[in-house]
Design a protein around this ligand. Structure first.
Ligand SMILES: Cc1cc2nc3c(=O)[nH]c(=O)nc-3n(C[C@H](O)[C@H](O)[C@H](O)COP(=O)(O)OP(=O)(O)OC[C@H]3O[C@@H](n4cnc5c(N)ncnc54)[C@H](O)[C@@H]3O)c2cc1C
Length: 542
């Protein structure tokens, strides 16, 4: 990565109350919560914010109906509660989603079991604004989804949950809010050592990738929120630490509209192993997943395997027979590692999805590791983690403010929406796109475009503004072409992975970040490599 212009993260202090390791959803949420309480916070992320597991989820903000089978009622209750809060603090990102569960004569879970689950889900959702479930007859479900397999179809159930199209943006909004509240946030800053002396945590070392410079800081509490990398980060402590993680890999495929595709999301049981998986309308495409396979090795290296892809394709074709999907229909596929606690025995799906906030009291007082944690429950996890950290610091910190305080993109959202729709010369398609990514912050970007800083679009359809590139770099900590395309403007999640716009985006970024020809070429090559990793198998067969 080339050295960029100094951004908002340029200065490093030496003393912090809390150092957070990892800029995924949990680290970002923790940094925001702690900074809003008035604590001195630094967050260090080895790559880009939101580039880990958080980018590779099913993108649901949900109670987790499946967890009822394992008796995880408190987790479902907590998740449903948090779903309501997230719809309130980030309404531009978190939207209501209808899901349908079909029941066939050969389903392992019959209509009675599904109904029981639905009733329990409704009871645990009590007080929430989302409508209750409906049981569906064969005719009713066929009307909802005419492409559904008719052979053995007995009916089903419809219920509501929520979806976050761009989980990456939820991370970023937390990062921006943390920074606005005084936290120092640094991407491309891997932590390479944690110092413990006399059983107490003292500080850490990290590297600034752009300059290669190593920096040492002191921190009273260190929160290891590195997701599936938790054990790897613990291995950098200057004393031996136990291991905790037992991640499982989950893959998704992304395809376009297919013959018989449903308008609602479907939650269906795989014939092969009885595991439920999702077929979800998402970002103008369909997101299909996931798998659940124990995995070892660097979580950053996982890709969707040929077997997983074949499993997801054939199970989808089974439920929607006219789909006839094959690997050539796949736009891209992604895989991530769930940061779960180590459980060597039993099925992967039975491993708890509850989070554990682990204080390393005996070996390294002041060090806290986060094991597990869903996207849905990140806010609550952050609140609990900062409560623990604040007690450790024994300082006068304020109360948690994240329960009601809106994230940056939802502040004055209605006014910004109204103003963009009535006052700007942008097409309604462009306005919708901007709002779904930046929320009320779109108004500032549209203004930059209006002032010509820079003006114009990066696509022929005139939906993506050139000003977004500058905004990503100046206001959202983007440092590479991949950051801008995949985690700021979100065009990397389009069917062509943003290829058509990449050239123009890189031209604007090069001007802003002083990339010369060689650097621009390297940025492009890395983007191509990144995109190719998301098309394993697929490109080999076409
Ligand atoms: C297939 C799949 C589907 C899922 N679906 C859902 C869903 O629909 N809904 C839901 O609620 N949850 C879902 N989850 C769970 C959820 O996505 C994760 O639990 C959550 O994103 C974990 O976030 P995190 O911040 O803990 O980890 P991550 O997002 O992985 O963040 C950890 C960060 O730490 C950084 N890091 C690592 N080492 C270092 C270091 N040395 N120095 C600095 N930084 C470091 C990494 O680069 C990474 O960015 C799913 C998970 C998977 C895998």
């Amino acid at each position: 990565m080339a050295a960029g212009k100094p951004g908002p993260d340029a200065a490093v202090d030496q003393n912090y109350d809390i150092a957070v390791i990892g800029g995924g959803i949990n680290g970002a949420g923790i940094a925001r919560d702690a900074a809003l309480r008035g604590l001195r916070v630094i967050l260090l992320e080895k790559n880009d914010f939101g580039g880990g597991t958080t980018s590779y989820s099913s993108r649901l903000i949900h109670g987790g109906l499946r967890y009822l089978e394992y008796g995880e009622l408190p987790l479902v209750f907590e998740s449903l509660h948090e779903r309501r809060r997230l719809r309130h603090v980030a309404p531009h990102l978190v939207k209501r989603l209808q899901l349908i569960i079909p029941v066939f004569s050969d389903s392992r879970r019959g209509k009675f079991i599904i109904r029981l689950g639905m009733i329990a889900y409704d009871i645990l959702s009590i007080g929430k604004k989302i409508p209750r479930h409906r049981m569906l007859s064969k005719d009713e479900i066929s009307k909802e989804a005419p492409g559904l397999r008719q052979d053995g179809l007995k009916g089903g159930a419809a219920y509501f949950d929520a979806q976050i199209t761009f989980a990456e943006r939820l991370v970023l909004e937390n990062i921006i809010a943390a920074n606005e509240a005084g936290a120092e946030v640094r991407n491309y800053s891997p932590v390479i050592g944690i110092n413990v002396a006399e059983g107490k945590v003292r500080g850490l070392q990290f590297v600034d990738v752009a300059s290669g410079r190593e920096t040492e800081i002191r921190a009273r509490v260190i929160i290891n929120a590195s997701g599936p990398w938790v054990d790897r980060v613990l291995a950098t402590v200057n004393r031996e630490m136990p291991t905790f993680m037992g991640g499982t890999k989950g893959s998704h495929i992304i395809v376009g509209e297919f013959p018989g595709a449903p308008a609602a999301a479907f939650y269906v049981e795989a014939h092969k192993d009885g595991r439920p998986f999702f077929i979800i309308p998402w970002n103008g495409q369909y997101l299909i997943g996931t798998t659940d396979i124990r995995c070892e090795g660097d979580p950053g290296d996982v890709v969707a395997s040929p077997d997983e892809i074949e499993y997801l394709l054939s199970e989808t074709n089974r439920v929607f027979p006219s789909a006839k999907l094959s690997s050539t229909d796949i736009h891209y596929a992604y895989a991530g590692v769930r940061p779960l606690p180590k459980r060597e025995k039993g099925p992967e799906s039975a491993i708890t999805r509850k989070h554990i906030i682990l204080k390393h009291r005996k070996l390294a007082r002041g060090l806290i590791s986060i094991i597990g944690g869903k996207l849905t429950t990140y806010r609550n996890l952050a609140e609990q983690a900062v409560n623990k950290a604040a007690r450790q610091i024994d300082s006068e910190s304020g109360p948690c403010r994240t329960r009601k305080e809106p994230l940056p993109g939802s502040i004055e959202l209605e006014e910004a929406t109204e103003s963009l729709k009535t006052n700007s010369e942008l097409s309604s398609q462009c306005v919708e796109r901007l709002l779904s990514i930046y929320g009320s912050r779109s108004a500032g970007i549209a203004n930059m475009a209006k002032l010509g800083e820079p003006g114009g679009f990066v696509d022929e359809a005139e939906t993506a503004l050139a000003a977004e590139v500058i905004h990503a770099i100046r206001c959202e900590f983007a440092k590479t072409l991949i950051d801008i395309i995949h985690r700021r403007m979100m065009v990397g999640l389009l069917p062509d992975q943003g290829r058509v716009m990449a050239k123009e985006i890189s031209r604007i970024a090069a001007g802003e970040l002083d990339w010369d020809k060689v650097e621009t070429k390297q940025q492009f090559a890395r983007l191509e490599e990144y995109n190719a990793r998301l098309r394993p198998v697929i490109d080999n067969q076409t």
